[in-house]
Design a protein around this ligand. Structure first.
Ligand code: SF4
Length: 322
């Protein structure tokens, strides 16, 4: 990194793991391989992952992003469902229209869908801990008939929740929540409803957990933290909150270096840098380079966990990947 006598020194503690997780990597690959195998356009329902840079890049290669299937004309071209998962009604509607669809739902989200189905089959009332309106929550609730799943967002919700069948309850979660907040909500539900059942290990995914853990390690040692990620990315927002709660004076979420509020970083000596699971590494480099223009930076890696997970591609694209 650049060292200049004129610039103030800045130690950057770079969190690891950060950025792309296996589910995001797979979802992007699905769109890219579909473009390669079937040619453009490839329709994608909802942002494939919550990152504008990724979306624009795929658009430039011929992907067309829509929010609903009815925006797609009758076509033989593939339609990809985003990593966040979709309600059951979506593939059904695609089938009814003979649309060739590829499902980029992260397998760890699909796992939560299956858990919900099992609880439902066993006659349990289901509590989903998550954020209203997030596409993953819409998709998970949409696995079952309306009313089968109740959403609990906060500790206050958990305290006031009135189940129809308190003796037969189950909880599941969104995959990208705050580990600490979720533990608190689960604690309240378990105290109120001792018979409630949940996953052996919570549904928050490995990538969310590891990125939060790395931020916790770094946050206590820095004056400020930058999270590279999108405002609509749940796991990125949680990383910013984790840093703030750990005592970082400044904890900022930025999509690009151009969004950095420089006066807020005046006088800092140590900076933490991380990225949400949908943010590409090139944007992390862009942010570090922007700091290197103003500070004499020294970068140190802080590793909280090693990750080696990779998910299989859909059958229809495996040949294209070879
Ligand atoms: S954040 Fe977790 S659940 Fe979401 S795509 Fe990545 S691995 Fe899958």
């Amino acid at each position: 990194m650049t060292i200049s006598a004129a610039k103030p020194p800045l130690d950057i503690l770079l969190c690891a793991p950060r950025g792309f997780c296996a589910g995001v990597d797979r979802a992007i690959q699905i769109v890219e391989l579909a473009l390669e195998k079937f040619g453009p356009p490839v329709y994608v329902r909802h942002e494939i992952v919550h990152n504008r840079y990724v979306v624009e890049n795929l658009k430039s290669k011929g992907a067309i992003f829509v929010e609903e299937l009815d925006e797609i004309p009758d076509t033989d071209q593939p339609v990809v469902f985003s990593a966040h998962g979709v309600a059951k009604a979506v593939p059904e509607a695609a089938k009814a229209r003979n649309l060739f669809h590829l499902n980029a739902t992260c397998p760890l989200v699909t796992k939560v869908h299956r858990e919900a189905e099992i609880h439902f089959r066993k006659g349990r009332e289901i509590v989903l801990i998550g954020h209203a309106g997030h596409p993953e929550v819409v998709g998970t609730m949409g696995q079952l008939p309306e009313g089968a799943v109740s959403l609990v967002e906060t500790e206050a919700d958990a305290r006031s929740f009135q189940p129809r069948t308190p003796e037969s309850l189950a909880w599941i979660t969104q995959t990208t929540l705050s580990v600490d907040d979720t533990a608190a909500v689960v604690r309240i539900l378990t105290e109120r409803f001792p018979a409630i059942v949940g996953p052996h290990k919570e549904d928050i995914c490995y990538a969310t957990t590891n990125r939060q853990e790395a931020v916790k390690r770094v946050a206590a040692e820095v004056d400020a933290m930058i999270v590279v990620g999108a405002p609509n990315s749940s796991n990125s927002q949680r990383l910013r909150e984790v840093a703030e709660r750990a005592g970082c004076r400044v904890a900022a979420l930025v999509q690009r270096a151009s969004e950095i509020d420089w006066p807020a970083f005046d006088g800092i000596r140590r900076l933490g840098v991380t990225a949400g699971a949908s943010a590409p590494e090139v944007l992390v480099e862009e942010v570090i380079d922007a700091f290197a223009e103003r500070f004499a930076v020294k970068v140190e890696l802080v590793t909280a966990a090693e990750e080696s997970i990779a998910f299989n591609l859909p059958r229809e694209l495996r040949d294209a990947a070879e």
